[in-house]
Design a protein. Structure first.
Length: 152
């Protein structure tokens, strides 16, 4: 028995959705269970997705990759949709987004400090580009540059 065809040319089956978004079928089901995605269903109960669902999954993945919780993403998705004045509908959203902004800013600052430290250890300039001829010297790459990695 062959698989049920897509509802129309504009829709995707789960496997096609996974391929289009780079998100596994298992993760698509998880997004659905968390209320982040609501696919359509065929008469046989098979999921199908639209181009709007593709965009939504990409946004969800982007936000999760940025460290946002699925709870906060769901809240954001419930509040932000086309033609809605967010300031009236979801006053709490500003608090959630501000908290995430501050968290991400702190994480970026911490990562930048770590990056600078690693640049010093490996002889790279602080901007991340490797200097020409700046190979590793010695087993730890410190090679007598006077860099201490432990307290005196």
């Amino acid at each position: 028995m062959s698989p049920e065809p897509a509802v129309d040319e504009e829709t995707l089956r789960m496997g096609e959705m996974a391929e289009a978004t780079g998100v596994s079928e298992r993760l698509l089901r998880y997004y659905e269970s968390r209320g982040l995605l609501t696919p359509g269903r065929t008469a046989r109960g098979h999921r199908f997705y639209t181009s709007a669902d593709v965009a939504r999954v990409r946004l969800v993945k982007f936000l999760i990759d940025g460290g946002m919780s699925t709870k906060d993403i769901r809240f954001l998705l419930e509040c932000v949709h086309e033609g809605v004045d967010v300031s009236r509908v979801c006053e709490e959203l500003d608090t959630v987004l501000t908290r995430e902004y501050v968290r991400i800013s702190k994480e970026i600052q911490s990562l930048e400090l770590t990056r600078r430290y690693l640049a010093v250890l490996t002889g790279r300039p602080p901007g991340g580009e490797r200097r020409r001829g700046a190979g590793r010297r010695g087993p730890a790459g410190g090679g007598g540059r006077g860099l201490r990695t432990t307290p005196a």
